[in-house]
Design a protein around this ligand. Structure first.
Ligand SMILES: Cc1cc2nc3c(=O)[nH]c(=O)nc-3n(C[C@H](O)[C@H](O)[C@H](O)COP(=O)(O)OP(=O)(O)OC[C@H]3O[C@@H](n4cnc5c(N)ncnc54)[C@H](O)[C@@H]3O)c2cc1C
Length: 327
């Protein structure tokens, strides 16, 4: 069985990890590296986890993976001092009641390990697909053929899956029911370590929703780096504003909240996540159209966390495994 997986985020990589012994898999990833929204940007001596901040591990299947000796060194527990900041209220400390994991030394450590044994074609955006007698033929942006496959598994955010599958997929309406909101990530290179009384802060009633001292995470031997996430609602309202406007607004909101001066900032950069947080999920582990031989996975199928993406990929792999045995 030849399967094309479009997207090498955690969902696509989990699917590949659990199925690659059973099928001929090729992953196509438009970016330069794997991991998708589990992402770390390096610049000079600085390092920023500008996507997911951490991930939880509530399922036996993810727990088994991170306990496995082949993967355990790629993941660590992050135990920051976390506070909540609200306008006009005293900050209060938040207690985390479960371990919060991060990739070590970067958020892409686990995705990279999962990708180790599979064929991943990086910087390859799948633009179109068409059905022939031999299966699904995939095409790159240039129009070049990427090969022919029996099955296509889309492992991208719902709108990108819909753009590729369109009405060739029986569950198009379900894909369209998923709602995913955006987020801006502001990355600040600092001269010195910030003198805050927290490692991470959840912020309320502000364009800023999250502040993290990136260096407080295990394994980050980087220069002082501050990562700020906007609120999803604010990002929705300002999605098409210019980078300069967004950056200025987030910096000004940040300086209202924490004792930080412009002179302490060496450099600032911004990333826009058009699809960041699932607001409405589909309520299925994965979507499959066995007659068209198309399937879709991702966090948006059943939740909004990295672990949901992992579980979605694992669930489809189990299902496809049973189909392979039935052949
Ligand atoms: C700012 C932010 C903060 C977050 N915080 C947390 C958190 O603290 N905890 C948590 O658990 N989760 C968090 N998340 C959510 C978490 O990152 C996601 O749930 C998870 O990473 C989704 O994985 P995925 O594989 O479903 O999708 P993605 O990671 O989005 O992977 C999809 C992949 O498909 C690729 N792709 C898209 N289109 C194409 C194409 N046409 N051809 C080829 N490749 C394509 C993309 O480049 C990407 O690599 C956060 C996300 C963001 C953005």
């Amino acid at each position: 069985m030849r399967i094309a997986v479009v997207g090498a985020g955690l969902a696509g990589l989990s699917f590949a990890h659990f199925l690659h012994h059973k099928a001929e898999l090729t992953l196509f990833e438009k970016s330069r590296g794997v991991g998708g929204r589990l992402a770390t940007r390096r610049s000079d001596d600085y390092q920023f986890d500008h996507g997911a901040q951490f991930f939880t591990c509530r399922s036996d299947i993810l727990q088994a993976l991170i306990d496995d000796k082949d993967f355990s060194s790629d993941v660590s527990i992050w135990s920051p001092k976390v506070i909540t900041l609200s306008r006009g209220e005293k900050p209060f400390k938040r207690d985390w009641f479960e371990p919060h994991y991060v990739g070590n030394p970067t958020m892409t450590s686990l995705p990279k390990r999962l990708a180790q044994d599979v064929d991943v074609q990086l910087q390859t955006r799948v633009e179109e697909m068409s059905k022939s007698d031999d299966g699904w033929q995939l095409f790159a942006e240039t129009g070049a053929s990427l090969g022919t496959f029996d099955w296509v598994a889309a492992a991208m955010p719902a709108p990108q899956t819909n753009a590729l599958f369109q009405d060739q997929f029986a569950h198009q309406a379900l894909i369209e029911s998923a709602v995913i909101s955006p987020c801006f990530a502001l990355m600040l290179k600092l001269r010195d370590a910030p003198e805050f009384n927290f490692d991470a802060a959840v912020v309320r009633e502000s364009p800023v929703a999250w502040i993290a001292n990136n260096c407080s995470k295990p394994g980050r031997n980087a220069a002082p780096s501050l990562l700020i996430h906007s609120s999803n609602d604010w990002a929705k309202e300002h999605l098409e504003d210019s980078q300069d406007e967004i950056q200025a607004a987030l910096l000004s909101a940040l300086m209202d909240i924490v004792p930080l001066q412009t002179s302490e900032i060496v450099d600032a950069s911004l990333h826009r996540w058009r699809y960041a947080k699932v607001e409405t999920e589909v309520g299925e582990d994965f979507l499959i159209d066995e007659s068209a031989k198309l399937a879709a996975i991702g966090d948006w199928c059943s939740g909004n966390r990295a672990e949901d993406a992992f579980l979605s990929g694992a669930a489809l792999a189990r299902h496809m495994h049973s189909l392979a045995f039935a052949d």
